[in-house]
Write a protein that binds this ligand. Structure first.
Ligand SMILES: Nc1ncnc2c1ncn2[C@@H]1O[C@H](COP(=O)(O)OP(=O)(O)OP(=O)(O)O)[C@@H](O)[C@H]1O
Length: 194
């Protein structure tokens, strides 16, 4: 694909991916572009692609990665990434650990940033404070977070420009660090004001 290397943000739910992404898009308006994933969220969901339409595109090889959870389908289309790269912007993808494994098998060649909380206890506090979870979904997310943490540490996801960002700094302190990491990977994003 032509254009700047994309950045893949992965990490457990509650680690701070959206917070970091929001900050990046605010700080660097025309430098980053966010690739929104295509979704099938059930036949009644508003604005959702139909399952058949999405499956057809997947079969045609139009997706970089896709996954299915509890009857919902999610995926990143090549077209969405290419549209951002065509504007000479760094395409940021927010992708779970399974998606990262799939992307490693493609020719996308992104810079991987694994956003991790300082500890599971801190993660639990963040998710509770966010007030978006039921007790059951919180348990599921924390269990998945332990798996994510172990997988991120294991050899399987290392290499190929995989960086670790232990996101316990306040967002302000973290941006220069991130900028340094991107610069180290050949991705210069200009001066920082934060
Ligand atoms: N560095 C940080 N220090 C303290 N709190 C943080 C930090 N980063 C994020 N948070 C808070 O933690 C909560 C979870 O962050 P966020 O929603 O960005 O996580 P996420 O990884 O995008 O989760 P999900 O995958 O579920 O969307 C939010 O309430 C956010 O304000």
């Amino acid at each position: 694909m032509q254009g700047p290397r994309p950045v893949v943000l992965s990490g457990p739910s509650g680690a701070g991916k959206s917070t970091l992404l929001k900050k990046l898009l605010q700080e660097y308006k025309n430098v980053f572009g966010f690739s929104v994933s295509r979704e099938f969220l059930g036949p009644l969901a508003k604005g959702s692609t139909s399952r058949e339409e999405m499956q057809k595109e997947i079969d045609a090889g139009e997706f970089i990665e896709h996954a299915e959870f509890s009857g919902n389908m999610y995926g990143t289309s090549k077209g969405a990434v290419q549209a951002i790269q065509a504007q000479n912007q760094i395409c940021v993808l927010d992708i779970d650990i399974q998606g990262v494994k799939n992307i490693k098998r493609t020719e996308l060649n992104p810079i991987y940033i694994s956003v991790q909380p300082p500890s599971i206890d801190v993660l639990e506090k963040r998710l509770r404070d966010r007030q978006t979870e039921t007790e059951e979904s919180l348990r599921k997310r924390l269990t998945a977070a332990c798996v994510d943490l172990e997988l991120s540490k294991s050899g399987g996801l290392q290499g190929g420009g995989h960086w670790w960002l232990r996101w316990h700094f306040l967002p302000k302190g973290c941006i220069p660090l991130l900028r340094g990491m991107l610069a180290g990977a050949g991705c210069w994003i200009g001066s920082i004001t934060a």
